[in-house]
Design a protein around this ligand. Structure first.
Ligand code: OSB
Ligand code: MG
Length: 368
């Protein structure tokens, strides 16, 4: 197929409540939505990048610039474009994985819609629903946290993830265990907030039988995670450090993690995400699907990915109403702690034109 152009939409959506992590607090989600227009029809993409480069080096304005200046022009010049060719065509541009992921997602969606194939089928899905967990932000107080966790358990979530940072780690975990018991699947995510000098504090999490601790140390400190693993019992899961199938293989080989969080945007797209899944499966390493506060578009693709056989732990594939009162697609609604895997062509969901228009703050058409 031939790429005609890309509609670049900047979307701003309020969150149902502020979401606090060790790197910051956000009350709204501002992100880029892409509509690829091709000779075979259109496709939708969503970019994981946030407004500020706090989770990773990418950020909305930077993504917009690299898409406009380098990535979209490279695809516009290709005569016989397929989703599989996107990464090779963009490989000469270093980094910018979230920008590349969004563009590949839009091209993949266009291609799959044209062929009447779902994301789930294309990626190798083996299930028609996925088990869902929820990521719970850092709160001002323990009672507030217990209210939030209680609400999510009542809603049916099968796994709770607590965001932690120094000063908000052992006590919230203890409080959740005391209130809700030892059977709750519980894990924590530090978003790089600790160093190896925190080993004594991180060891204090050991008695709580957590499923995992996600990304305790900084992104580039893979060997540090391998060292930390020798001193704590809680399994280490990497998020920020895993940016490709190769880096996943390296981290596993070095003993830096026993579990991997797969975020398609972080690794450059759904096709690389599947390769991360395959590498982990080959090593017997369980994976789960992470999230970047996606709209219904990214959520649809994440749920499809999470239905692959290696995704043996519940993901951060929460329902649409975890973050948004109104989504830009039909909402994903929890059913017995699970979400149904979309089965329609491509993403299986499409933005509702009026909803999308309401939240779009800027729009530009990229073409040659
Ligand atoms: O580290 O997993 C993370 C949100 C934004 C940036 C990083 C992370 C998160 C979450 C929420 O934990 C994931 C979600 O439910 O979308
Ligand atoms: Mg994380």
């Amino acid at each position: 197929m031939k790429l005609t152009g890309v509609d670049l939409l900047r979307v701003r959506m309020p969150l149902v409540s502020p979401f606090r992590t060790s790197f910051g607090t956000q009350a709204e989600r501002e992100l880029l939505v892409l509509r690829a227009v091709t000779s075979e029809g259109e496709g939708w993409g969503e970019c994981g990048a946030m407004v500020d480069p706090l989770y990773s080096s990418e950020y909305v304005d930077g993504v917009e610039h690299v898409l406009r200046t380098f990535l979209v022009p490279a695809l516009l010049a290709a005569d016989d474009l397929t989703a599989n060719k996107v990464a090779p065509l963009l490989a000469k541009f270093k980094g910018h994985r979230m920008a590349k992921a969004a563009l590949e997602m839009a091209v993949l969606d266009a291609e799959l819609r044209a062929h009447g194939v779902s994301f789930a089928t294309a990626l190798g899905s083996t299930s028609d629903s996925v088990a869902c967990g929820v990521s719970v932000g850092i709160m001002d107080s323990i009672p507030q946290l217990l209210d939030a966790v209680g609400g999510y358990l009542d809603a049916g979530y099968l796994r709770i993830k607590l965001k932690i940072e120094p000063g908000w780690d052992v006590e919230p975990v203890r409080a959740v265990r005391e209130r809700f018991g030892d059977d709750v699947l519980l894990q924590v995510d530090a978003n790089t907030a600790y160093t190896l000098s925190d080993v004594p504090q991180l060891r204090r999490l050991d008695p709580f039988e957590l499923l995992l601790i996600e990304q305790p140390l900084e992104e580039e400190d893979v060997l540090g995670h391998a060292e930390l693993a020798k001193h704590i019992r809680t399994p280490i899961c990497l998020d920020e450090s895993v940016v490709s199938a190769r880096s996943a293989a390296d981290a596993i080989r070095l003993g830096a993690c026993r579990i991997v969080n797969i975020k398609p945007s972080r690794v450059g797209g759904y096709l690389e995400a599947r390769r991360v899944h395959d590498v982990c499966a080959a090593h017997g390493v369980p994976v789960w699907c992470g999230g970047m506060i996606e709209t219904g578009l990214g959520r649809a693709a994440n749920v499809a990915l999470a239905s692959l056989p290696g995704f043996t732990l519940p993901g951060d594939t929460s329902a649409s109403d975890r973050f948004y009162r109104t989504d830009i697609t039909e909402p994903f609604v929890l059913e017995g702690g699970r979400l149904p895997v979309p089965s329609g062509p491509g993403l299986g969901v499409t933005p509702i034109a009026e909803r999308l228009a309401e939240v779009t703050v800027a729009k530009s058409w990229l073409t040659d």
